[in-house]
Design a protein around this ligand. Structure first.
Ligand SMILES: NC(=O)c1ccc[n+]([C@@H]2O[C@H](COP(=O)([O-])OP(=O)(O)OC[C@H]3O[C@@H](n4cnc5c(N)ncnc54)[C@H](OP(=O)(O)O)[C@@H]3O)[C@@H](O)[C@H]2O)c1
Length: 447
């Protein structure tokens, strides 16, 4: 069995080494060095940072030995909060189709999106900086390519790949922490076959497909953990008591964000037996309503827990938390209803987990809090909501298909070009947590 490649790659020579994580030996890089800034990499080779657009294009179309691609990299973990200013858009060796492992796929990336956790991974603060969650510290000779989702076209497949073929449009996610897969802010990515999902290409653009990857991954798990009753029994609480025609009340904290805007649509698709209230700032009320919120609470006007619990307002059956932190949970307790209510968080006891480095004591505090709520309180008798910190495990073509079939379309704040200036702005926007939906990076137009 042999690797199958797209016609465009047939000229590509058989370069030893898979992704060539180390940079080429000194001599090999020379042919690409003219007119470009050379980064000092201490005698192991040359990592080239292009200075001019034409050189980038030249490299992109180069299929000769030592072909390169553009990638967003860091050669050192920048200080927390400085990723947007410190990353580089550089030429790196392109993954080599001839060296794909049996179940690997080479994808030409058309679009990727900026997730807040991509920034956290790139600055070594993912999960608050807990050691075992970090990728290996990047160096000048082994830089880290950041990014985790992609939509694009299959360029080549390994000998045992059967679920996709060359030319298919696929989307998926690479896991940098723990699985140490290749980052996706680049022109070509090697992905495991299991992480390459066919999607309904007729109804989704590359930008839309990429925008659904992370939200589908997270929200499918959140909806599952919420154990929503089907419409027929939604009017009864867990004890079976008749609640009349009262709908199941759901609250989404962060309803206008990259993930929240998809979650609201997914909940809306469950049926009208859900009454959905979103928490976001007033400027995003229209977006949240368009996604399916019946009402919106503006957190900039004061505690949302107080706003939603005054005057005998009805309580909520489910709270979906995309903000995190002790305060978020305490606010939720003000509005959650009976003991069968559920609190489902994607961020846990630390607000915007990953946006700062935690001390060892804080890490233990955080783990203790999660264990206390999910492994102890959940089993204690008494009236308290079920606590769930979602840890999504799978993104499958079935889950993407289910989200698309439910009529979910990603809210996209903006699409930016794969160039340094627009990328810096995109990272800053996502880091501010004020994006209106997803921020897409168009790497290639797919024509
Ligand atoms: N568990 C997992 O596997 C997993 C995976 C991916 C992501 N996550 C986490 O999920 C979270 C959400 O990600 P995202 O990409 O959707 O974030 P995002 O795009 O930054 O969205 C932020 C949302 O929160 C709202 N918001 C901002 N400040 C707020 C405040 N003080 N109180 C209430 N709402 C506030 C924003 O509304 P305005 O814009 O109107 O202010 C917006 O709706 C992140 O913390 C991320 O780390 C977890």
């Amino acid at each position: 069995a042999a690797v199958t490649v797209a016609p465009s790659l047939l000229l590509s020579p058989l370069i030893p080494g898979r992704l060539r994580e180390t940079f080429p030996p000194r001599g090999e890089a020379k042919s690409h060095s003219e007119g470009r800034r050379q980064l000092n990499i201490g005698g192991f080779g040359s990592l080239e940072a292009p200075l001019r657009q034409e050189h980038r294009r030249e490299a992109q179309t180069c299929l000769m030995a030592g072909a390169t691609m553009r990638a967003v990299i860091v050669t050192d973990f920048p200080a927390v909060g400085t990723f947007a200013d410190k990353f580089e858009l550089a030429e790196v060796p392109r993954p080599d189709a001839s060296s794909l492992k049996k179940k690997e796929v080479l994808v030409r990336v058309a679009a990727t999106t900026v997730n807040v956790d991509d920034i956290h991974v790139g600055q070594g603060s993912f999960g608050g900086g807990v050691g075992f969650l970090q990728v290996k510290a990047p160096t000048k000779t082994k830089p880290l390519i950041c990014g985790s989702d992609f939509a694009g076209v299959v360029e080549a497949i390994g000998p045992s790949v059967s679920s996709v073929k060359v030319g298919d449009r696929v989307c998926g996610m690479n896991f940098l922490p723990l699985k140490h897969q290749q980052g996706t802010f680049c022109e070509y990515v090697v992905a495991a076959e299991a992480n390459c999902n066919l999607y309904p290409a007729a109804s989704l653009s590359f930008a839309e497909a990429a925008s659904l990857v992370m939200p589908t991954f997270v929200t499918s798990a959140m909806v599952k953990d919420a154990a929503l009753p089907p419409p027929a029994v939604a009017d009864n609480d867990a004890a079976g008591a008749d609640k009349g025609a009262a709908p199941l009340r759901c609250l989404v904290i962060g309803a206008s964000g990259g993930i929240g805007s998809t979650l609201v649509q997914l909940l809306r698709a469950q049926g009208t037996h859900l009454h959905i209230v979103g928490v976001c700032s007033g400027r995003n009320e229209q977006l949240a309503r368009k996604c399916g919120c019946d009402a919106v609470c503006d957190y900039t006007k004061g505690s949302w827990g107080d706003q939603l619990s005054t005057g005998g307002a009805p309580k909520f059956d489910r709270v979906f938390d995309l903000l995190g932190g002790k305060e978020s949970y305490e606010e939720a307790l003000k509005v959650l209803a009976h003991k069968s209510a559920r609190f489902v968080t994607a961020t846990g006891p630390e607000q915007w987990l990953g946006s700062r480095m935690l001390t060892t004591g804080e890490v233990f505090g955080l783990l203790g809090s999660v264990l206390w709520h999910s492994a102890v309180c959940n089993f204690l008798p008494g009236k308290h909501p079920t606590y769930s910190f979602v840890t999504p495990t799978d993104l499958t073509k079935e889950s993407i298909q289910a989200v698309v079939s439910a009529g979910v379309r990603p809210a996209i704040d903006r699409e930016v070009r794969f160039e340094e200036g627009p990328l810096r702005e995109a990272f800053k926007l996502v880091q501010s947590h004020r994006a209106q939906g997803k921020v897409v990076v168009n790497v290639w137009d797919g024509v």
